[in-house]
Design a protein around this ligand. Structure first.
Ligand SMILES: *Cc1c(COP(=O)(O)O)cnc(C)c1O
Length: 381
């Protein structure tokens, strides 16, 4: 590829910087310090405090979900969401191979096995067609539930992910899940601020899980939020993430084996301040993506777009290079020049701890794995 130098020059100009350009970085421009100071001044820095409720409420309002439950991080949120829809030992969870490792780790925390089904090229998220094909070929309904004919195991959930904040075909996936009585949990870790047909990602199934890790669109330092529209599931999620403690003024009584997955108040405080800036950050990121789009169009480099029926948060911008060797050149030259870029994740089914699980025909995922590169995507202020 001849124009790598031009790409490097353009990106440095975009960010108006000669420093090393990160893929993404948090921006703090609002009430962050004020809220953090408030935690320290009041001593409410840990698992009790008003910011947790406030953060949950902000996410609830923003996403339109009926309930929001904070968790210590997104991975813990996924673990609990899967557990509560019945993912357990001897069951299987259909997911995409092209994702961050946390998606699969959460399945394994429940002692369930992942099944890797292909993604769509355009969304880079779970393909409803491949999902339907897998169901037709490998499953049967027993007592109203979906079972894998080959292993005899129940399929306890479907876990799609909205890659880089670009919504997958979640409505079609949700329809399939309904038809075959499969629980749907969305890994929406990357997609706060992303909508499919005006409906916020994470709200299509039983649960959606957002992450507020430092590299995400906004951050609480570390943190996650589980959303659901089901009051019973919401109550269980709160209970099981907070040590299953019964409400009592001074006694410690717990009625279940549960988790300390509580989000500390100090993290929630940061999250609240960041939520106040979310729309400004998203606008800023959208403008960056538009500038990238115009540039790459002119250079005939494929810039990954979202589906028309979606609105995306532009968390991480991505380009698709022609083949692996061009990609490797691009990665080497950009990183050498201080412009951080990275390839999309190594497919989950290739990692040594996940390579023994059922792997469908992964043509699209394999194709994308060799070509997709993320480029600096942080908001510019
Ligand atoms: C970030 C991320 C997670 C995990 O979130 P943490 O808050 O870091 O635990 C899970 N899935 C995907 C796809 C992610 O990008």
């Amino acid at each position: 590829m001849e124009c790598i130098d031009e790409v490097i020059k353009f990106i440095k100009k975009l960010f108006d910087s000669d420093e090393i350009l990160a893929l993404h970085q948090p921006v703090f421009m609002g009430n962050e310090k004020r809220y953090l100071n408030e935690c320290i001044d009041t001593t409410f820095v840990s698992s009790v405090g008003k910011f947790v409720d406030r953060f949950e409420n902000m996410i609830k309002v923003y996403t339109g979900a009926k309930y929001a439950i904070a968790s210590v991080n997104g991975t813990a949120g996924l673990h609990v969401a899967l557990k509560l829809v019945g993912v357990q030992r001897g069951t299987e969870v259909i997911t995409q191979p092209l994702t961050f490792v946390a998606t699969c780790n959460a399945i394994r925390y429940c002692d369930a096995n992942p099944i890797f089904v292909d993604v769509d090229i355009d969304t880079m998220g779970l393909s409803p067609n491949s999902l339907q094909k897998f169901i037709d070929e490998y499953t049967e309904q027993r007592n109203g539930y979906c079972f894998n004919k080959k292993t005899g195991n129940k399929i306890s959930a479907v876990l799609p992910m909205h890659t880089f904040g670009r919504p997958c075909r979640i409505k079609e996936i949700a329809d399939i899940c309904k038809e075959f009585n499969l629980a749907l949990v969305e890994d929406a870790a990357e997609s706060l601020g992303s909508y499919y047909q005006e409906q916020h990602t994470g709200t299509f199934g039983e649960f959606g899980v957002f992450s507020f890790n430092g590299n995400k669109v906004i951050t609480s330092g570390g943190g996650g939020i589980i959303v659901t529209n089901d009051p019973t599931l919401a109550k269980k999620a709160k209970h099981i993430t907070t040590t299953a403690k019964l409400a009592h003024p001074y006694e410690f009584i717990h009625d279940d084996e549960a988790f300390n997955y509580r989000l500390p108040n100090i993290n929630a405080a940061l999250g609240c301040a960041q939520m106040e800036s979310l729309d400004i950050i998203l606008d800023n990121k959208r403008l960056l993506a538009e500038e990238y789009n115009a540039f790459f169009e002119e250079k005939s480099i494929v810039f990954a777009k979202a589906l028309n029926e979606t609105k995306q948060n532009h968390w991480l911008n991505a380009i698709l290079l022609e083949n692996k060797s061009i990609r490797d050149d691009f990665l080497n030259q950009t990183n050498d020049a201080g412009v951080m870029t990275r390839p999309i994740w190594r497919l989950m089914n290739k990692l040594k701890m996940f390579n023994k699980y059922h792997t469908d025909d992964l043509e699209n995922a394999l194709w994308l794995e060799e070509r997709v590169v993320n480029i600096p995507s942080g908001a510019r202020f």
